[in-house]
Ligand binder design. Structure first.
Ligand SMILES: NC(=O)c1ccc[n+]([C@@H]2O[C@H](COP(=O)([O-])OP(=O)(O)OC[C@H]3O[C@@H](n4cnc5c(N)ncnc54)[C@H](O)[C@@H]3O)[C@@H](O)[C@H]2O)c1
Length: 338
């Protein structure tokens, strides 16, 4: 049993608390939060857990691994202190608020010979794992494009915009599925409710393999949508995470184009085959993620969502931020030129 401590008991932390407590490989031994009411909620629910409002005192306890679910702007500082105190560290997404800081955490973890785990829940979810298998086995054929939508009403984050909150999930899924970094990206969005904090954004990415992807994210939408469409030359897949049972639908549909020998022979044929919904295992993604964190600690092997992986996700976020600013500049130049 690995002694695990948790810091950050706001909206998300209690989910991690439940999993630490439930997992047979971990002992939930300490909790830390600056807000007494959030801390007491957890220590009241798990009486064996010792509560701390001071992070250094929390680190001085006997915890071997620390899970961090605090606001993004605090990730780097807390994770660095935990690694330097000799703890294995799990940091909720995204790993840090800049790629330079994410890289720094990765190298501190390597020097300290500790596991740094970037928390990307969806990478451990059965439908996302199944799509990875379908892509890698060639069942979808050559991938053409993907379109991903992740919209709902709220929850507005205090320290980041919607790209650094919701698109982080989709970017991590794309990097996992495709196994490559985009070479080009673009984004634009709008801050509708709060000044200078985008609550809606549209992102485009191009990958070296030729795959293109679009991603729509919003905190300002009347309905919750978690829909991804993956289009390959042999099969097409719709992954709807809001579906209670059949989250994945695989379509034998497509368009075949025969190279004509004469103009009159030009022909497209539409393939309208069957659809099937594969059986998916029922294990909760958070539990699977916890199992992977604990086994990485036990075996000393790099997790799937390592510090390096978490850094790549932040690099893509930064690329998209840069293009958002470039769009504004291009518009201004155009007005001046007129
Ligand atoms: N994996 C997922 O699906 C998922 C979902 C939601 C949020 N998250 C992530 O979880 C993290 C927390 O998000 P949230 O919505 O719960 O935020 P929140 O603001 O609701 O909660 C943050 C908590 O951290 C505490 N805190 C702040 N600074 C602290 C410090 N220095 N030391 C100790 N405690 C401190 C606050 O008092 C609060 O209780 C973020 O990184 C977010 O991206 C992940």
């Amino acid at each position: 049993m690995i002694k695990v401590g948790l810091t950050g008991m706001g909206y998300w932390g209690p989910n991690l608390a439940r999993v630490i407590n439930q997992h047979p490989g971990s002992e939930f031994s300490a909790a830390c939060d600056l807000r007494p009411e959030n801390l007491e909620r957890i220590t009241g629910q798990y009486p064996a857990v010792k509560g701390y409002s001071n992070f250094d005192e929390f680190l001085a306890s006997d915890v071997e691994a620390v899970m961090i679910a605090t606001p993004i702007s605090t990730h780097y500082e807390l994770a660095k202190r935990a690694l330097l105190a000799g703890k294995h560290v799990f940091v909720e997404k995204p790993l840090a608020h800049s790629s330079a800081l994410a890289r720094d955490l990765t190298s501190i973890a390597a020097k300290q010979k500790k596991i740094l785990f970037a928390g990307f829940t969806f990478i451990y979810s059965p439908p996302v794992i199944k799509v990875k298998e379908l892509i890698d086995s060639g069942e979808l054929g050559d991938l053409h494009y993907l379109s991903l939508s992740r919209v709902n009403l709220g929850l507005y984050q205090k320290d980041v915009d919607v790209v650094w909150d919701l698109a982080v999930h989709d970017i991590s899924i794309l990097l996992y599925w495709l196994g490559e970094m985009p070479f080009r990206g673009s984004s634009f969005g709008r801050a509708c409710v709060q000044e200078a904090k985008r609550d809606v954004a549209f992102l485009w990415l191009e990958f070296p393999s030729g795959v293109v992807a679009s991603n729509e994210v919003s905190w300002l939408s009347p309905q919750k949508m978690r829909r991804t469409c993956i289009v390959g030359s042999k099969r097409m897949v719709v992954y709807d995470d809001t579906e209670p049972v059949e989250k994945l639908k695989i379509y034998d549909r497509g368009v075949d184009f025969k190279l004509p020998s004469t103009f009159g022979e030009f022909q497209l044929s539409y393939r309208m085959g069957d659809m099937y919904a594969p059986h998916l295992e029922n294990e909760e993604p958070l539990l699977k993620e916890m199992t992977h964190f604990l086994s990485s600690i036990e075996t000393g092997t790099q997790p799937l969502t390592s510090g390096e992986f978490g850094t790549k996700v932040v690099e893509v976020l930064e690329l998209l931020d840069r293009t958002a600013q470039a769009h504004q500049r291009a518009e201004l130049d155009e007005v001046i030129a007129r």
